[in-house]
Structures are given as C-alpha cells and as structure tokens.
Design a protein. Structure first.
Length: 82
C-alpha cells in the first residue's frame, strides 16, 4: 500500500494530531491545541504509527517519519489541486 492510501485510513482526529506533530509540537502541546489529554494524544499517535506501518526500533524516530509522510502527502495534495 502506498503512502497516500495509508494516510487516507487515518481518522480526521488522527490527521489533526499528525498535522500538529508535523509542526514539531509535543504531546502536551498537541493536547492543548486540541483540548484533549496527553493520554488521548498518545493513543492517537500510536494509531497513526500503526496505520502508517512505521518500523519500530531504538534507532528509528517514528514521529519524524510520520511528519515526513504527512508533509509529502500534503505537498502532493496541494500540487494536484493547482
């Protein structure tokens, strides 16, 4: 499954979390912006990582990978609408 299809499986709230994560916000910062608890953000973040099929491991930063996927998909979406 390609990246665009994986992002399409995210819920609206997961996309909100991913957008804020892509801006470099912490879980606490995301929670404040969305008026949810840090635990709720952690729940959504885990789902994002799972749905995007991101690898696990101590040498992998899944937040960075998720942000990169979001930014690539967002840029491709904007380009296709122009």
């Amino acid at each position: 499954m390609d990246v665009d299809n994986r992002v399409a499986y995210l819920t609206a709230r997961e996309r909100d979390v991913l957008a804020l994560l892509s801006q470099g916000r912490s879980d606490l910062g995301i929670g404040s912006a969305l008026f949810v608890t840090q635990k709720t953000v952690e729940f959504h973040t885990r789902n994002i990582f799972r749905k995007l099929e991101l690898p696990t491991g101590r040498s992998i930063n899944r937040r960075v990978l998720a942000a990169a996927i979001f930014l690539q998909t967002d840029a491709a979406t904007r380009t296709s609408h122009d």
